[in-house]
Design a protein around this ligand. Structure first.
Ligand SMILES: *Cc1c(COP(=O)(O)O)cnc(C)c1O
Length: 374
């Protein structure tokens, strides 16, 4: 299959800023990018109103937005977002990994949050427009796991406190250079298994990528940190029994017989692009893969008996992250052998490497998962 090149979409006006970062300032940021803290010189903006539809798509200087304090997003969280990366390959070209998936998910999220739809080709053209202008901000291929993180978003900007879908909306894309999630290679993280809060409910917005889900997850994260853990895992809202996901990542279990299982999509789990990719790549690597209900008890018992040998989380930002410990109010278990290979299990490592090699163009893209941006 051939790599896809999409050339349709919106036509973006380009307003280059007169005061871009100097080459020295940019190199200093690219030498050690902290996730989501520095942004490129430009950003994408497009406006929507119910009478005109989408209009004025442009690439313009990265700058604060001006919105009314009465803007609907500030009160009722009518907001969605996406997250994906632009990867520099050895020949200098810049690629996105399965951006069509993010575009489709952005449409679904918009529908769930009663926001207008950005057509999929327009979404991809927005990424290309920004990365073309800010191409020097894409880290070089030699820097290992560095990339340019792209954050499309949509917010309800109408100044109106009545509760109804906003008649004015802003779509934007910002970009932030991203270093490796772990400075010294992947390290196992600790997870707090909470049953005191849930992040999503049946019929709710769990399957949409919206800010409200994140707001709902923060108390659980604070509880995890208060209990000495780095991340939080949530169970389902109805029975408080079935594993759903970790704050912003999907979860996977590796069994002693080589099987790999992940919680099945139930309407309140976010369908990660990394999750879908891991399922396909793990099958290629010879693993039997399962999408099914997995209980918190199965996790605890499996680790205790040795039936579960590795646990990992998946998401664009951290790629594939090993989980080395799970704790809950009356228990605490270590997962895997922390004396070997920094506690990163061999199967977690092979899946992680397979995915990264594909994203950085070090292995052939046989599925057409890469889209060239620049
Ligand atoms: C974005 C996100 C993920 C990971 O999705 P990817 O497409 O793999 O980055 C997982 N869970 C939640 C809640 C998310 O918002």
């Amino acid at each position: 299959m051939q790599s896809t090149t999409v050339t349709s979409g919106w036509d973006f006006a380009v307003e280059l800023r007169s005061d871009p970062a100097s080459a020295e300032a940019r190199s200093a940021i690219l030498a050690k990018p902290a996730f989501g803290q520095s942004f490129t010189d430009h950003m994408v903006m497009a406006n929507w109103t119910d009478d005109r539809g989408w209009h004025d798509p442009k690439v313009t200087a990265f700058a604060p937005l001006s919105v009314s304090p009465a803007a609907a997003v500030l009160h009722y969280t009518q907001e969605i977002f996406e997250g994906l990366k632009a990867y520099r390959h050895a020949d200098g070209s810049v690629w996105a990994f399965r951006p069509d998936r993010n575009a489709t998910r952005f449409v679904k999220s918009a529908e769930r949050l009663a926001l207008p739809v950005v057509p999929e080709d327009a979404f991809i053209s927005a990424l290309r427009a920004l990365v073309t202008v800010d191409e020097p901000w894409v880290p070089s291929a030699e820097d290992g796991e560095t990339s340019l993180y792209l954050r499309p978003y949509m917010i309800a900007t109408e100044a109106a406190l009545s509760v109804r879908p906003s008649r004015e909306v802003l779509f934007g894309v910002i970009a932030s250079p991203a270093g490796p999630y772990f400075d010294t290679g992947p390290k196992p993280v600790s997870i707090w298994l909470t049953t005191s809060t849930v992040r999503a409910t049946p019929g709710g917005t769990g399957a949409a990528k919206c800010g409200g889900n994140y707001a709902a997850s923060l108390a659980g994260l604070a509880e995890a940190v208060a209990n000495g853990c780095e991340q939080v895992a949530f169970v389902d809202a109805a029975e408080h029994k079935w594993l759903e996901e970790i704050g912003s990542m999907n979860m996977f279990f590796v069994y002693a017989d080589g099987r790999i299982a992940t919680p099945e999509l139930n309407g309140s789990i976010l369908e990660g692009v990394t999750r879908s990719s891991v399922l396909e790549l793990a099958a290629d690597l010879g693993h039997e893969v399962e999408e099914r209900r997995i209980s918190a008890d199965e996790w605890k018992d499996g680790v205790r008996t040795g039936e579960i040998t590795e646990v990992f989380a998946s998401g664009t930002a951290a790629v594939v992250t090993p989980i080395g410990r799970v704790a809950w109010p009356d228990g605490d278990l270590t997962i895997g052998d922390h004396s070997v290979d920094h506690g990163v299990g061999p199967i977690t490592r092979s899946i992680r490497t397979t995915l990264l090699d594909l994203q950085y163009g070090r292995t052939p893209d046989t599925r057409g998962w890469l889209t060239r941006l620049v």
